[in-house]
Ligand binder design. Structure first.
Ligand code: SAH
Length: 218
């Protein structure tokens, strides 16, 4: 990723400090948050808020995720003493988390079901010339069998459960991180580790708030 305009360097560092204060300890994830210029993924009207630790609208009733939650999910994706290999993201949105992931993983695939957002992410990401990131227009509930297995899978939208196709496409030893709907008011971050071809270990973590995981493409 090419360095962003220097006038935003302080803002990026300040955002990484807010993410650290929110409890994220993983050094490389914090470095990636301090590197990606979040304002570049938002409309100009949103630039004053770009370096706040909040979700913000990106159109089509969707949001750019809260940076500390992006960082938390990416931190969880890392197994101790392992580099991230191939990662799949469901829900590209405007492409911010995909850009952060591209700094940490060898290969990133990101799927979006809303065509104008897929196109927006393409436009927003183009100036960064990221060569280890592929954007796909499709239904992430089906995963991406042609590129599986994945060492990590991250969902940026909350479903009622974790789609079977995604569990199938997780490499043995790999991790999947997803917000899952608990009831009408609550969602929980869930981590699933694939222990063997048939065995998965599920850990329920923090309460979160994400847009819904929806099926089909629009
Ligand atoms: N990763 C984004 C978050 C975008 S919000 C960021 O960096 O901030 C979540 C996105 O998930 C929305 O754009 C929504 O359209 C998308 N989404 C929801 N269900 C999906 C599905 N089944 N397949 C692909 N994308 C989906």
């Amino acid at each position: 990723m090419r360095p962003a305009a220097e006038r935003f360097a302080g803002h990026r560092q300040a955002l990484a400090a807010k993410v650290l204060a929110a409890g994220i300890k993983h050094h490389k994830t914090l470095e990636a948050i301090a590197t990606v210029p979040r304002h570049a993924f938002l409309d100009a009207g949103m630039h004053p808020q770009a370096y706040e630790d909040t979700a913000l609208p990106i159109g089509h009733s969707q949001t750019i995720s809260k940076p500390s939650v992006v960082a938390r999910m990416i931190e969880l994706l890392h197994k101790p003493r392992h580099r991230l290999g191939k990662v799949l993201e469901i829900g590209t949105g405007c492409g911010y988390q995909a850009a952060v992931l591209s700094l940490l993983a060898e290969e990133v695939y990101s799927i979006e079901r809303i065509r104008p957002l897929h196109d927006l992410a393409r436009t927003k990401l183009r100036p960064f010339r990221i060569n280890n990131l592929r954007l796909i227009y499709g239904d992430g509930i089906l995963g991406l069998p042609q590129a599986a297995p994945f060492d990590g899978i991250i969902l940026a939208a909350a479903g009622l459960g974790i789609p079977d196709a995604l569990l199938d496409q997780l490499a043995i030893g790999g991790r999947l991180i997803a917000p899952v709907v608990k009831n009408e008011q609550e969602q929980q971050l869930v981590m699933v580790e694939r222990m063997s071809s048939q065995r998965y270990q599920r850990t329920v973590l923090d309460g979160v708030f994400f847009v819904p995981l929806q099926s089909g493409i629009v």
